[in-house]
Write a protein that binds this ligand. Sequence first.
Ligand code: 5GP
Length: 183
Amino acid sequence: MDDRDITGDLDRVLYSADEVAARLAELAAQIDADYAGKELLLVGVLNGAVMVMADLSRAMKSHVQMDWMAISSYGSGTQSSGVVRILKDLTTDISGRHVLVVEDIIDTGLTLSYLISNLLSRNPASLGIMTMFRKPEAARNAVEVGYVGFDIPNEFVVGYGLDYDGRYRNLTSVGTLSKHVYS
Ligand code: 5GP
């Protein structure tokens, strides 16, 4: 679906599907170059990173492998619960592997910090981070993110894998929700 299919639900569109695709193509080229000659394992964080993973991996020209983790962070509201726990673990042994975590969005960085220390304890050869969207608080944090699609304002956004109460993940663009949707 695009924003015309949900008229009135979005307050404003931040990025169109074309803008997201163009930025992803740039990141894919950069990742291809940075990992040239290495076999890369992309680790997608479910559920939000499904779209990013699908589009990033297909925009790349190198072979990649993919695996998935699911971590609880947000409930059905728009505030971070602070609870981080693994709901689904990797099926791959990442010891000695070059790993790139593929994230949809980093807000406080709480989820990512947990993920980084958890994955580092498994002794990968390298651990990189890619996120499609990043909010200001995360940008201020010390967490080093090698690849950022867009730095966005501190607002709750939906679309391109990001949901509100399970909906809007299949929206091709990314935008902020109108107030009436929350109430
Ligand atoms: P953090 O731990 O960085 O605060 O939160 C990261 C997770 O919170 C993301 O993976 C995502 O699931 C959720 N999240 C953070 N900001 C937003 C947002 O603006 N929209 C949506 N739909 N989810 C968000």
